[in-house]
Ligand binder design. Structure first.
Ligand SMILES: Cc1ncc(COP(=O)(O)O)c(C=O)c1O
Length: 388
């Protein structure tokens, strides 16, 4: 394909790392995962990392952990504030744990939650807020952190799309009480499948470790605040304290993650160069609404919304992109309120949802990759300039 949505960021080093694991004959979660967790947490200045088998699983155990906290646990029926645009598995764990969602519209410029509506979204039952930074662009994470602190809410940061982005010199994925990342193919770093939760809180760290693996105590130190050893090794070896899962990663994923993390700063730099060229081609053109950076984007992908005021024909644009062999897709998961699965949700809409529908109906994104996209972006511009 001339310009793909997603490409591999692997080289020989990742293959060598896998080969090392294969030669060791040890495939289940072990030393490589442990080392990667520490290195990843250190890169982001967080105390603890819990690697899992996907970003979706990271969201799942992050939400679950808050239900088992000793102090102020979440309860079924509590309310959580969410943006109208995100990926499905940002929301599904909230539904699965019986929370009521309050959807807030996004800003058409940033595609992130319209933070001016947070106060309107708050009720006496609000107990948490999920912050999502769409496609590399930091949401108003500082505002959401302050809002959460002011009202005693938990802040879960789903940072699966914005690894290495920054706001006021602080990395996205470090503002939450729990922060999640994805290492799926085409993400900022890829371990095939994979994800991680970062936190500074020891209790949440231990809860996530137990929930990741069967709800048992085996991955916890004997002085963990979660349980007291009864001193019988036979039973302690298989002692279950939480209704957990098995969402452990593989050693292969840990080993690849260690290699990819070293490449992250260079890859982000290249993504930002491509993003700068994209901005120079499509910014200041009333036909196209492109994402407005808040802080420093890590430019996961490049979004275009056809200006609805000009009555554009998106199908014609898609046909031209197809003809030019350029990949495109819906922005993240589109507006979640448009999806059939909503029938299973307990939810309310805060105010009016307008911009998320515009993004859903008039928007799309093309890929950004950690290599030079100059020819692809010029061709994209030529095609869109002719058809729009
Ligand atoms: C915002 C967001 N959250 C969660 C996920 C889930 O990550 P994964 O595909 O690793 O399960 C994604 C996937 O891209 C995402 O975009």
């Amino acid at each position: 394909m001339f310009y793909e949505l997603a490409t591999s960021s692997w080289g020989q080093e990742e293959i060598d790392a896998m080969q090392g694991v294969i030669s060791s004959g040890f495939f289940t979660m072990g030393e490589n995962v442990k080392a990667f967790e520490q290195e990843f947490a250190t890169y982001f200045g967080k105390k603890y990392g819990i690697m899992v088998n996907s970003g979706s699983s990271a969201n799942l155990i992050a939400v679950a952990a808050l239900f088992f906290k000793k102090d102020k646990p979440l309860k079924r029926g509590d309310e959580v504030i969410v943006p109208a645009i995100s990926w499905s598995t940002t929301y599904h764990p909230l539904q699965q744990y019986g929370l009521k969602l309050r959807f807030v519209d996004v800003s058409l410029e940033t595609l992130n939650v319209d933070e001016t509506q947070l106060e309107a979204a708050l009720t006496p039952n609000t107990k948490a807020i999920v912050a999502v930074s769409i496609l590399g662009n930091p949401a108003a994470l500082d505002v959401m952190r302050a809002f959460a602190d002011k009202h005693g809410l938990y802040l879960i940061e789903d940072n699966c799309e914005s690894m290495d982005a920054e706001l006021n010199g602080q990395k996205a994925g470090t503002f939450g009480d729990l922060n999640t990342f994805s290492f799926f193919f085409s993400h900022h770093i890829s371990t095939m499948e994979g994800g991680i939760v970062l936190t500074d809180d020891l209790e949440l760290f231990h809860l996530c470790r137990s929930l990741r693996a069967h709800g048992w105590t085996r991955d916890l130190p004997p002085d963990s605040p979660l349980f007291e050893s009864r001193g019988n090794d036979f039973y302690e070896a298989y002692r279950f304290i939480l209704p957990g899962y098995n969402v452990r990663p593989l050693e292969l994923e840990g080993a690849i993650g260690r290699v990819q993390l070293k490449k992250l700063p260079g890859m982000t730099e290249q993504r930002r160069k491509n993003w700068a060229l994209f901005q120079s081609l499509f910014g200041n053109d009333e036909r196209f609404i492109i994402q407005k950076e808040n802080g420093k984007s890590s430019a996961f992908s490049l979004t275009i919304i056809l200006n609805p005021a000009l009555n554009p024909n998106r199908e014609k644009v898609f046909a031209a992109l197809k003809e030019a062999d350029i990949g495109y897709r819906i922005i993240t998961g589109g507006c979640f309120l448009r999806h059939d699965v909503l029938e299973y949700y307990d939810y309310e809409i805060v105010g009016e949802i307008k911009n998320a529908y515009i993004a859903h109906d008039y928007g799309f994104f093309v890929g950004n990759h950690p290599h030079d996209l100059t020819p692809q972006l010029h061709r994209l511009h030529e095609v869109l300039n002719a058809v729009v």
